[in-house]
Write a protein that binds this ligand. Structure first.
Ligand code: NDP
Length: 281
């Protein structure tokens, strides 16, 4: 029997328990969200994050700019870093051409970095120190734990090596004592490599890349990909219908990893509040 890892349901549980805890705080945690440019997808993501934050009792302040210079954006980040009422800062990616994304992300106070993209936080993850963890891989790990608690000794293959998904995902699995292999566009014999995986995480960005004959029987499969097909439907990086029976557990797209990413952002904001105020809950 294959377990459907329902991220929508799990995210709902995470959010409900967070909302209960936030009710006990002396003030609402506050998240600053910076949105630059006119990318419609980014505007929708920000709206969803704002709504989700409000629902658990997190206050959000959205700073929207059609255009902004690098210097102006850096000075906004500096103001938000210094603002005692702001607990967490999120800069919606991608930033438009002409803005140096790396410099902007590095300017965020690492303690307020709710996305976990600051190099200091990525470095802390690598050396095993507590730090804000990137939301998507953090959510993926929670989903994997729904299927299996002890991951020690399992073979994990992560397809994709981006800084926001693949690399932190591999680090998290390594921390769980998995034997981790990272694959990317230059990897040789990807199907064969995937067949060795007890845990397979696909973060490729290409629809139905992972085929049924790539899956080891009983594997846990996490599909991070969000791809829009010509018919307007969303689909993941895994050929879900054909892979389903071979897996012990698999995430669907939609309602898999996506809702967990937002839930983890809320959790990271609450954790940033705790770091900032010294109030624990
Ligand atoms: P990137 O484009 O940054 O990275 C994609 C990775 O896939 C790269 O490392 C690339 O290799 C690798 N790759 C591309 N083609 C192949 C191939 N044919 N075989 C093996 N590896 C390949 O994407 P992201 O990591 O940002 O996102 C990946 C997917 O996850 C996207 O669909 C994105 O929309 C989705 N996503 C979903 C989220 C959610 O909340 N559900 C959150 C974030 C992302 P190389 O490095 O060699 O180029």
């Amino acid at each position: 029997m294959t377990l459907l890892l329902n991220g929508f349901e799990l995210a709902g549980q995470c959010r409900a328990s967070l909302a209960e805890k936030i009710k006990t705080l002396p003030r609402a945690p506050k998240l600053a969200v910076v949105l630059v440019g006119s990318d419609p997808a980014s505007a929708v993501y920000v709206k969803n994050k704002e709504k989700a934050a409000g629902e658990v009792g997190i206050e959000s302040a959205v700073y929207r700019f059609e255009t902004i210079t690098q210097t102006e954006l850096l000075s906004l980040i500096a103001r938000l870093n210094a603002d005692n009422e702001i607990d967490g800062i999120l800069v919606q990616l991608p930033l438009p051409d002409g803005i140096n994304e790396k410099e902007i992300l590095q300017a965020i106070d690492p303690a307020k970095d709710v996305d976990g993209f600051h190099p200091l936080n990525l470095g802390k993850l690598m050396i095993g120190e507590p730090a804000p963890i990137a939301c998507t891989p953090k959510g993926c790990l929670k989903l994997i734990h729904q299927a299996k608690q002890d991951l020690s000794g399992l073979n994990a293959v992560v397809i994709g090596r981006s800084v926001i998904v693949g690399k932190p995902m591999a680090q998290l699995l390594l921390k769980e004592n998995c034997t981790v292999t990272m694959a990317h566009s230059k990897t040789q014999n990807l199907p064969e490599l995937c067949r060795s995986a007890d845990i397979l995480v696909a973060a490729v960005g290409k629809p139905k890349t992972v085929k049924a004959d790539w899956i080891k029987k009983g594997a846990i499969v996490i599909d991070v990909g969000i791809n829009r097909l010509e018919n307007g439907k969303l689909c993941g990086d895994v050929d879900f219908e054909n892979c389903f029976d071979k897996c012990s557990a698999i995430t669907p797209v939609p309602r898999g990893v996506g809702p967990m990413t937002i839930a983890m952002l809320l959790e990271n904001t609450a954790e940033a509040f705790c770091r900032h105020t010294g109030i624990d809950f």
